[in-house]
Design a protein around this ligand. Structure first.
Ligand code: PLP
Length: 493
């Protein structure tokens, strides 16, 4: 019978008869295998230093090593752990490796993992307040804590007109912001009758993350609705006068500007748009201002690293990803709005089977109205665990160490005349190139990546190839930056 795990056990986690068992691990077996899984993780981390950072498998290698069909009979859990070692680990790029410097970090700290594990164990589905009040209220408290820690305006707190919610990714947060902006600009018309004849337009710099164009596609605006505003070549920050001109030209043409996205830390170089100036341009036409600080926003836990958010107090929404730099196991993207009515107005829907007294009383928040999907897991637990286990001083120390190591890496670049910085380091991101040109730059990077010693990624800045070194892994030390730099020096042809 499902739910009865006292039958047919032989202590291996297998059904003793091999026939018709439930497959549930017994409580004792669950404890034993749970310890084994945690041991596996700790051993995996300990082994990372000696593993190539980037996976070396060829397409199809992993698939070919696995059986084509699921087993008919249950297997011991140990068999899965063995396959992790033999098949999966070689097919992994090790994001928790101390010399992982590609893209941005995706930190999965011990504290976050334990919080996430507890969330799985509780297994609550927090789609509405009534389906598990604590799932909603812990999330509200943790997002209020975090908003305060980042120095965000009081309006964004859940006891004001706004509030925060954990989304799966910044991409979803940005899509959601666009839906709220459309709702507000159309007085609810979009939710009732769709986009109609309006020609809605959206603005962001040429450096904006691709998720904005995707959001415009998903919202039915089409990718052509997104206006790419030029940037200052030196800082890569949005040219706000060009934004003003683009908005004015569109209005003259009969378009309806609905949202401007400010990048506070662009993905390519960490460029910081001037949020305060963008807000000024948006104000007259009541254009929604969304701040995409997916990577850099968490640095604001350090008061001295908040300058890039100046102006956020007048923005309409803000997103940052604790699942990048801030130690919190993917997925955890924290998103705040100044006016939650625009968001819930765009997305609320109440089928009969979800009607309940708490919702009707208006005293509770039902998070299903804050994002595209209905169901949601207890993601606040992992962020709660990070904030409590490290404390704000602990997370600040982590951020500062990333910034210091990046500054050290930038000094190493400056000291070698074959290399040059492409932009000044932004927080923990260093972007540089070989003076010899694009091909030597990319070949040098590829040699390092192929060696397994470190892993870096590339970008294009003002049309020229560049290497990105994004510090911020929780396991990176100064010696890791030094080893990576030596590898780069040796790899120059
Ligand atoms: C990483 C990143 C995103 C996308 O993040 P997801 O959470 O993976 O959707 C968006 N914007 C910026 C600036 C980013 O760095």
């Amino acid at each position: 019978m499902p739910g009865d795990d006292r039958t047919g056990r032989d202590g291996t986690g297998r059904d003793g008869t091999g026939q018709g068992g439930t497959g549930h691990l017994s409580p004792e077996e669950f404890r034993r295998q749970g310890h084994a899984a945690i041991d596996w993780i700790a051993d995996y981390w300990a082994s990372l230093d000696d593993l190539p950072v980037r996976s070396r498998v060829a397409p199809g290698d992993v698939r070919r090593a696995l059986p084509p069909s699921a087993p008919e009979e249950g297997e011991p859990f140990d068999a899965l752990l063995a396959d992790l070692d033999e098949v999966v680990v070689p097919g992994l790029t090790h994001w928790q490796h101390p010399r992982y410097f590609a893209y941005f970090p995706a930190n999965s700290s011990p504290a976050a993992i334990l919080g996430d594990l507890l969330s799985s164990g509780i297994g609550a589905q927090g789609m509405i307040w009534a389906t598990s009040p604590a799932v909603t209220e812990v999330e509200q408290v943790v997002l209020d804590w975090f908003a305060e820690a980042l120095g965000l305006p009081a309006d964004f707190r859940s006891d004001g007109p706004g509030g925060g919610v954990i989304q799966d990714t910044a991409s979803t947060a940005t899509f959601t912001a666009l839906l709220a902006a459309l709702h507000r600009a159309s007085d609810g018309g979009v939710r009732r009758t769709g986009l109609g004849q309006e020609r809605w337009t959206v603005y962001a710099s040429t450096q904006a993350h691709s998720s904005l164009v995707k959001a415009a596609m998903m919202a039915g605006l089409g990718e052509d609705a997104v206006r790419s505003v030029p940037v200052d070549p030196a800082t890569q920050a949005m040219d706000v006068e060009a934004l003003r001109d683009a908005v004015a030209a569109d209005v003259r043409d009969g378009c309806r500007p609905v949202m401007v996205q400010a990048a506070s830390g662009s993905t390519s170089t960490g460029a910081m748009d001037d949020v305060a100036a963008i807000v000024e341009v948006a104000r007259d036409l009541a254009i929604w201002v969304h701040v995409d600080a997916a990577w850099a926003g968490v640095a604001a836990v350090c008061p001295e690293l908040r300058d890039h958010l100046r102006g956020v107090e007048s923005a309409d929404s803000f997103v940052t990803n604790p699942h990048k730099w801030l130690l919190t196991t993917f997925d955890c993207s924290t998103f705040w709005v100044r006016d939650r009515a625009a968001l819930t107005g765009a997305l609320s829907i109440l089928p009969e089977y979800l009607r309940n007294a708490a919702t009707e009383s208006g005293e509770v928040v039902d998070y299903r109205d804050w994002h595209p999907q209905l169901g949601r897991r207890f993601r606040a637990l992992k962020l709660w665990s990070v904030l409590r286990t490290y404390g704000l001083e602990g997370v600040r120390a982590h951020v500062r160490s990333g910034v210091e190591l990046a500054s050290y890496a930038a000094d190493l670049v400056r000291a070698d005349e074959r290399f040059e910085l492409v932009t000044e380091p932004a927080l923990s991101l260093v972007v540089f190139r070989l003076k010899a040109g694009d091909q030597p730059t990319l070949e040098t990077m590829e040699r390092v990546n192929a060696s397994g010693e470190a892993y870096l990624s590339h970008t294009t800045v003002n049309g020229k190839a560049a290497i990105r070194l994004a510090v911020g892994s929780w396991r990176t030390r100064r010696t890791d930056v030094e080893r990576t730099w030596r590898a780069l020096q040796e790899a120059v042809g």
